[in-house]
Design a protein around this ligand. Structure first.
Ligand SMILES: Cc1cc2nc3c(=O)[nH]c(=O)nc-3n(C[C@H](O)[C@H](O)[C@H](O)COP(=O)(O)O)c2cc1C
Length: 157
């Protein structure tokens, strides 16, 4: 497995999709917070999903998720997937991206230039008590803090 990238801009500037569920019943959303590295001697990808997101239900219910990266030309699609909820509409059809079944309960997208297949090995709700006050006030005044999901990267496509 190999993935050479500028990790500090990959999520922040490039955005990504985090996807969980089965091809018959999955959800996806745009993320720009995330990271990659090592935990417990495993290669990992970490994402942060707010409990209010529909995707959160799928992250909780499934053992796997994918993180997919796209070229700039798909920015509009990622804008749709990051502003509408799968709870309310068929946003994947609207985005015109093509979901693909990678395995059992593992879904990615045909247009992604890189897809990380992750096995969920840790989850934790971020604790407001351990955040800088400015962060708490800026991001969590009205909504519960993000859940952090650490996934072991078991495949890179
Ligand atoms: C550029 C961008 C980055 C985002 N990053 C995150 C993120 O890291 N974590 C998060 O919980 N929501 C993030 N969001 C918001 C979700 O993508 C958005 O609320 C989405 O509509 C949720 O869809 P869902 O309800 O179908 O899960 C981001 C949105 C955009 C446009």
């Amino acid at each position: 497995m190999n993935f050479n990238t500028d990790i500090l801009t990959l999520f922040d500037k490039g955005w990504a999709l985090v996807t969980a569920g089965d091809i018959e019943d999955f959800n996806t959303m745009t993320i720009s917070w995330g990271g990659m590295g090592t935990l417990w001697n495993k290669p990992v990808c970490t994402v942060y999903v707010k409990p209010v997101r529909y995707t959160h239900e799928f992250m909780e219910a499934n053992d796997y998720f994918t993180v997919s990266f796209f070229e700039e030309k798909y920015r509009e699609a990622l804008g749709i997937l990051g502003s509408k909820s799968g709870r309310d509409c068929g946003k994947v059809e609207e985005s015109k991206l093509t979901p693909v079944r990678i395995g059992e309960n593992i879904v990615g997208f045909a247009q992604a230039f890189r897809t990380l297949v992750c096995r969920k090995i840790y989850r934790q709700d971020l604790d407001p008590a351990h955040m800088p006050e400015a962060v708490r006030e800026r991001y969590y005044e009205s909504e519960a803090p993000h859940t952090m999901y650490v996934g072991e990267i078991i495949g890179i496509g």
